[in-house]
Design a protein around this ligand. Structure first.
Ligand SMILES: NC(=O)c1ccc[n+]([C@@H]2O[C@H](COP(=O)([O-])OP(=O)(O)OC[C@H]3O[C@@H](n4cnc5c(N)ncnc54)[C@H](O)[C@@H]3O)[C@@H](O)[C@H]2O)c1
Ligand SMILES: N[C@H](CO)Cc1c[nH]c[nH+]1
Ligand SMILES: [Zn+2]
Length: 443
């Protein structure tokens, strides 16, 4: 029997139980990983050009990739005001409401400074400081994402970052998306530049005459943006980055009782982000897989962005597994950006999830709620980075500094321990720095 059970027109259907380990690994490869060497060299050339020619290069790339050569990239006060006036009251209210809920969730998870006496007369502390200048990237290639401006801007503000710069691709008429501008302003951000793609990342990492150099860069983006972040993070003269947050992914584990229309809608909602998005469906029930396949065809036909979603489905899979337990193992191996547990008892499965950016429990938590307004952050690790990294939070915008304060009785208490360890390492100057103080306290 072949591992390919049926040849689906929209999404490949495979039986996990019949695949060898190598084929399983290939199946779980992201499309962005397959094109990475070509993308990498294109991005290196863009970064080099921006470092050499600054704003001139930004203007040329803007013309080439976004169809507009801007004389001035900075958004002026008048454009912010016009943007706010353009938005419907309903959209402004939705942005405000989402911002409040995102703030509520993030504030609750804020790490606190702390202080502890580790020995009599030895106080150790951790204090938190906001990163001084942060650069945010808000995608707008295939669709402007004002929700991303909130996901970046709200925690940056709560962390207290004093200097926040935001880049987003311009529209063809040279303006920035009004909802992105409103969301940015809502988070207190006033330095917005109409620059997109790898060139925006290079500009914020190295600085140009117009765009200031930033300490750390944040935000999602397509394969070019994500690769540019990776490259500037590898360069000691570049900038730190939040995480690889590339093309969107969702993995859904659905049992026989799941609602096929809901499952199909959730798959399509990530597929419509871009042709390099990847969506995976795992189930132990053939009838459910069939029903979702039917729903996909029906719902896709009604989508304005059907072409993009159809292309994403081509690099996606519906996978028949032996059991929900096996599905959880596959999911942990894939480490999805988003994991939807469309299970009758989703909560019971949660303890077995070890790698995922954000988890959606049950039938009533579509991923789109996390994208917009449940309160969690939608800037999440992709490409398997959820194995070792979590999503964006306030701590991402802070540096934690440790402090120690030692009294004379403190050096008496712990000095001998340091002396012994310094002797073992053969580091005599270390030993001396402690021993001198021990003698001074004793005399
Ligand atoms: N992981 C996350 O947290 C997360 C969150 C939101 C969005 N996303 C992802 O962000 C991405 C947004 O992508 P997008 O394309 O819509 O917007 P984008 O702003 O990331 O990219 C648009 C820019 O790409 C550059 N570009 C386009 N074609 C190019 C080429 N051939 N060579 C070099 N540069 C080129 C252009 O400069 C353009 O301005 C999607 O893949 C989406 O899934 C991820
Ligand atoms: N699903 C995206 C994260 O991968 C975030 C987003 C923004 N707008 C809609 N969705
Ligand atoms: Zn989304």
């Amino acid at each position: 029997m072949s591992a390919v059970v049926t040849s689906e027109p929209l999404m490949r259907r495979v039986d996990w139980r019949l695949l060898d380990n190598r084929t399983q690994t290939q199946l779980l490869r992201r499309p962005a990983q397959l094109t990475s060497s070509t993308t990498a060299s294109a991005v290196t050339a863009i970064i080099d050009e921006v470092r050499d020619s600054g704003d001139v290069a930004l203007r040329a790339y803007g013309e080439r990739f976004d169809g507009v050569a801007l004389a001035d990239f900075a958004v002026a006060d008048a454009e912010f005001a016009a943007a706010e006036a353009t938005l419907s009251p309903q959209l402004r209210a939705a942005i405000d409401e989402a911002a409040e809920r995102i703030a509520t969730f993030h504030r609750a998870g804020m790490t606190a400074p702390y202080s502890v006496d580790t020995a009599p007369g030895v106080r150790c502390e951790r204090v938190l400081r906001p990163i001084q200048r942060v650069g945010l990237y808000v995608p707008a290639g295939s669709a402007p994402l004002p929700s991303t401006a909130l996901m970046l801007g709200v925690p940056a503000r709560l962390a207290g970052c004093p200097d926040v710069v935001l880049c987003t691709p311009p529209r063809r008429d040279g303006s920035a998306d009004p909802a992105v501008l409103y969301a940015a302003r809502r988070c207190g951000i006033t330095r917005v530049f109409k620059v997109g793609g790898a060139q925006a990342i290079a500009a914020m990492a190295y600085g140009t005459a117009t765009i200031p150099r930033c300490d750390k860069l944040f935000g999602p983006g397509n394969a070019f943006v994500t690769e540019a972040k990776r490259q500037v993070a590898m360069d000691v003269d570049g900038a730190a980055i939040d995480m690889p947050a590339g093309p969107s992914e969702v993995l859904i584990i659905a049992d026989a009782g799941a609602n096929p229309a809901f499952v199909a809608a959730d798959l399509l909602s990530q597929a419509e982000h871009g042709p390099d998005s990847q969506v995976l469906l795992l189930s132990d029930d053939d009838a459910l897989l069939d029903a979702v396949s039917g729903q996909l065809a029906v719902q896709l036909a009604q989508l304005p962005r059907a072409d993009i979603a159809r292309r994403a489905l081509q690099s996606s899979s519906a996978i028949r597994v032996e059991s929900i337990e096996q599905a959880l193992q596959v999911s942990n191996r894939y480490a999805p950006e988003h994991l939807i547990l469309a299970l009758r008892d989703a909560r019971a499965a949660l303890p077995r999830v070890t790698a995922a950016g954000s988890v959606f429990l049950g039938d009533w938590a579509p991923e789109a709620l996390g994208d917009y307004c449940s309160g969690t952050n939608h800037v999440l690790p992709t490409s398997g980075a959820a194995r070792f990294a979590g999503g964006l939070n306030i701590a991402s915008f802070q540096v934690a500094i440790t402090v120690q304060e030692v009294q004379p009785r403190g050096i008496e208490a712990i000095g001998p321990c340091a002396v012994e360890l310094a002797r073992a390492e053969g580091l005599d100057a270390h030993l001396q720095a402690v021993a001198l103080r021990l003698q001074a306290v004793a005399s």
